[in-house]
Design a protein. Structure first.
Length: 276
């Protein structure tokens, strides 16, 4: 499969799932990610008849579906009642994956409030372990994403931003139901950068690389390629040079922005010496 076919589009909540599959097929997009939290795509809205039709459409068009949970849901929650609700939310996504014919679910490690970092890190890791065990029973696959840093003086900070925090979770979980989603633009915000992350992480466990432009050591932005200073050619060279052959996922701007950028990204990879 060529690089262009491996670059997908994160639909998010821009289209109902049925329309998203049709849009992908019409635009030659093989991989899409989608959220199941609001409107027509809320996971509570998929009865068996609708799910069956979606599975059939995915198969007909050769489109591969990934799911993406909300980072606003605190996987590191430990308060009674709220904690149980987080479990129920993640389990609903896990139940939805085989039902909709999806291949994976991007999940997160949660966030902390500065004063409770250790408790939150441990709570998030333990919840991920529980959810992976549940995913094993359901034939699902969870992909833990490295999240973005927040400003140093912010009270709330995402977990699994740095290499060490991400490693804190993924080294503790060894399961066929668990892998990684590497968001390259999040790495660009940190001193280690893409080079540091690619050299440190177990690339064989990465199944999705998420893409957007941003500024080095800056703040969270999902810009169209060319609007920041992210070196996409260098990123492709590093990842492909180490044997990565998984999918990439554009996550910025409009659907048209993401679709149009696919060919430009391939051109940047080719200019960097990557076989496309």
């Amino acid at each position: 499969m060529g690089l262009l076919e491996r670059i997908g589009v994160d639909i998010g909540r821009k289209l109902p799932l049925e329309k998203a599959v049709e849009w992908a097929a019409a635009n030659g997009v093989r991989y899409i990610d989608i959220q199941l939290d609001t409107g027509a795509n809320a996971f509570t809205s998929f009865d068996e008849a609708r799910a069956r039709a979606i599975r059939a459409s995915l198969e007909k068009h050769g489109v591969h579906l990934g799911l993406h949970t909300l980072s606003a849901i605190n996987v590191a929650e430990y308060s009674p009642l709220v904690s149980e609700a987080v479990d129920a939310y993640l389990m609903a996504y896990i139940d939805a994956m085989p039902k909709l014919g999806a291949h994976s679910i991007v999940v997160h490690a949660g966030y902390h409030f500065t004063a409770d970092v250790k408790m939150r890190m441990e709570a998030g890791r333990e919840r991920l372990k529980r959810m992976v065990a549940y995913a094993e029973k359901k034939g699902a696959l969870l992909l833990l994403e490295n999240l973005n840093k927040e400003p140093a003086d912010a009270e709330v900070h995402y977990l699994a931003c740095s290499i060490d925090e991400w490693r804190f979770c993924y080294e503790a979980i060894d399961s066929p139901a668990f892998a990684l989603a590497f968001t390259a633009n999040h790495a660009h915000l940190l001193p280690d950068g893409v080079e540091g992350f690619v050299n440190a992480i177990p690339l064989e466990r990465v199944q999705e690389v998420r893409l957007a432009d941003c500024f080095r050591n800056g703040h969270e932005q999902h810009l169209v390629p060319g609007k920041g200073d992210f070196d996409f050619g260098d990123m492709f060279k590093r990842l492909e040079g180490k044997g990565y052959r998984g999918r990439y996922m554009n996550a910025f701007g409009t659907l048209d922005d993401m679709q149009e950028a696919r060919a430009r990204l391939v051109a940047l990879a080719k200019a960097a010496g990557v076989a496309v």
